[in-house]
Design a binder for this molecule. Structure first.
Ligand SMILES: [Zn+2]
Length: 158
């Protein structure tokens, strides 16, 4: 806790962190572990931003029936250049958990968690809210799609 004053103006370095989550496919009862991001630093992992805009982040495939399944994970989006950290929670939670009150409780928890780091924090429910509020909305999604297609074309014709 001591000696943090000198570094107060330096952009904080919160690294990308992954973990594994146990998944189960109800129809075929298969169990496997899938990698999930707990926190993405979009300076070191710019593709995570693309994955969010294209909504390809946090999907996994059942190894048996090959069905795509969404991973219901809470993660943190961190942009060191903007000094912004956004906790992304499942969209359904807002409706099931008590709306505005739920938001403020989660927000206060996050403020406490990062009280010693010089960043702005917020909480959103669902990728749509993150994209709309912080990533530039539909325009950013369109640009991400173009970037992805350009990259695919380059891979096809080296
Ligand atoms: Zn399956």
């Amino acid at each position: 806790m001591a000696e943090t004053t000198e570094q107060a103006s330096v952009a904080p370095d919160l690294p990308t962190e992954f973990t594994e989550i146990e998944m189960r496919c109800p129809p075929c009862n298969a169990v496997w572990s899938a990698p999930v991001a707990r926190r993405v630093n979009v300076r070191t992992h710019p593709d995570a931003r693309l994955g969010i805009l294209l909504k390809t982040i946090h999907w996994t495939r059942c190894p048996v029936c090959k069905q795509q399944r969404p991973i219901d994970a809470i993660f943190e989006y961190f942009d060191p250049d903007k000094r912004l950290l956004v906790q992304v929670r499942p969209e359904w939670e807002y409706h099931a958990g008590g709306g505005e009150d739920w938001y403020w409780t989660r927000y206060e928890d996050l403020v406490l968690k990062y009280q010693d780091v010089d960043i702005r924090v917020d909480v959103v429910f669902g990728l749509d809210q993150l994209i709309e509020k912080f990533l530039g909305g539909e325009d950013a999604v369109r640009r991400a799609r173009e970037e992805w297609e350009t990259r695919q074309r380059k891979e096809r014709s080296p």
